[in-house]
Design a protein. Structure first.
Length: 137
């Protein structure tokens, strides 16, 4: 899969392979490249559902307050409204294919891509609020 566009969010590479324009807003598909120990902070969405498929590496998914291992080739579902995330528990980089419905979340990720949590958290939270994303740390 060749990406339509690529950018980095919180230091992790995001390859967008299907976006809003490609799917007429129905869905987006991204591949997130996750270093050992990496992954996004726990968060919830008001607009999107996500399905995570492990392409490479060792991962756990946070769902219903519990961390659950997800093996290569397996999928986990992160529904809107519930706190979820994933993390690379291995010692080498991994990749996660994320199918998002409806599309639009890829635009959020690109909007926050130039920002750093260490210096730009107020701006990240402002953009997140516009997209219906809440962090749960």
């Amino acid at each position: 899969m060749s990406p339509i566009r690529t950018f980095h969010v919180f230091g992790e590479r995001i390859d967008v392979v299907v976006d809003f324009a490609t799917s007429n807003g129905a869905s987006a598909t991204i591949i997130q490249h996750v270093p050992a120990g990496g992954g996004p902070p726990p968060h919830s969405h008001t607009k999107e559902d996500e399905t995570f498929t492990i392409l490479e590496g060792e991962f756990e998914v946070l769902k219903d307050g519990n961390w659950q291992p997800v093996a290569k080739g397996e999928a986990a579902y992160g529904p809107r409204g519930l706190v979820h995330t994933f993390r690379n528990t291995g010692t080498s980089p991994g990749r996660v294919l994320i199918f998002i419905t409806p599309a639009g979340f890829e635009n959020y990720l690109e909007a926050i891509s130039p920002l750093s949590p260490a210096t730009d958290m107020p701006k990240i939270l402002e953009i997140s609020s516009k997209y219906g994303i809440t962090f749960h740390m």
